[in-house]
Write a protein of this length. Structure first.
Length: 314
């Protein structure tokens, strides 16, 4: 009887926690969606499109015929109106799938006074904005285990609704799946997960030949450890507590551990020819969005994977 009571009590607590979390997320999503669209619009305005000549069905432009080209490339109807030969070029339409992973685990809610957003908010804003940019450029975007790839112009709304109705556990790293060799995966995360888990994730995602980008999103407090005196640190996902009598004495060791952890992640990504970068929430979300989008434009032909995980507190 006691065991059953404890089980019911735990279930009630879990339901209340989930209810509070969903209401908080629902309340913040409209603002995040608007912010993502504003940032995406600003970035689109400052970039040349991804359109270029290549194999496709959409007309791109006429250009002068170059000596040595096959004669069947000549557009004789257009050439008949001039004294030159012209070739009709089609727009390059090699659309591929980009998988985005926004980590929504409980630790993502962490935000210090120095940050512009919580890590969760920053991850969602950049995920939504990047999805809109990619779909506008003709790509398909999906979320592993949550949303199938889509090229819908309403991709942000689809993502938001998928998240609001998601009753699965909030995992820090993306679930195991096999992307195609031509896929890209974007992962934004603080990546405080054990290196063994990160290594396992990379091995699984890269097994098919796909490549990717890991972006470590951290709060300024996680970057510098600005604590002193007696401080109680609570791990938000498992509830463990560590008390520091004089926290300032931990700073140098903490900074060294963070540097070592990053070196280990970078070593793994370099070995697989993936990218790894860091981003602090005190900086502009547009800066990170531009970095990711520009990198995809450069590496379009080589299929990049970016995993979006938004940080875990230290």
């Amino acid at each position: 009887m006691a065991a059953e009571t404890r089980h019911l009590s735990g279930e009630i607590t879990a339901i209340r926690r989930a209810d509070g979390e969903s209401r908080t997320l629902a309340a913040s999503l409209p603002r995040l969606v608007l912010e993502a669209r504003r940032i995406a619009a600003n970035v689109i305005h400052g970039l040349h499109g991804r359109r270029r000549a290549g194999a496709g069905e959409t007309f791109w432009q006429y250009r002068r015929f170059v000596s040595g080209e096959p004669s069947q490339n000549v557009d004789w109807r257009r050439s008949a109106r001039d004294d030159h030969l012209y070739v009709r070029e089609q727009e390059w339409e090699a659309a591929h799938t980009v998988w985005l992973w926004p980590d929504r685990s409980p630790s993502m809610a962490f935000a210090s006074r120095q940050s512009r957003d919580s890590k969760l908010e920053r991850g969602l804003i950049v995920t939504f904005a990047l999805a809109e940019l990619l779909v506008a450029g003709g790509e398909r975007v999906g979320i592993p285990g949550l949303m199938n790839p889509t090229a819908s112009s309403g991709v942000i709304d689809k993502m938001a609704q998928a998240m609001l109705h998601d009753d699965a556990d909030r995992l820090s790293l993306p679930p195991s799946f096999v992307p195609s060799a031509l896929a890209e995966i974007v992962v934004l995360s603080d990546f405080w997960s054990p290196i063994s888990e990160i290594r396992s994730m990379l091995a699984g995602l890269s097994a098919s030949g796909a490549h990717g980008t890991l972006v470590q999103i951290v709060d300024p407090a996680e970057e510098t450890f600005p604590y002193s005196g007696r401080i109680e640190f609570v791990e938000p996902e498992i509830g463990s507590v560590i008390t520091a009598g004089r926290a300032e004495r931990w700073a140098s060791d903490y900074v060294a551990r963070v540097a070592l952890h990053r070196d280990e992640i970078r070593s793994e990504t370099n070995r697989l020819d993936w990218l790894f970068s860091t981003h602090t929430t005190s900086r502009s979300a547009a800066e990170l969005l531009l970095f990711l989008h520009s990198g995809m434009m450069v590496n379009k032909g080589s299929a990049r994977i970016a995993t979006v995980k938004v940080g875990r507190s230290a």
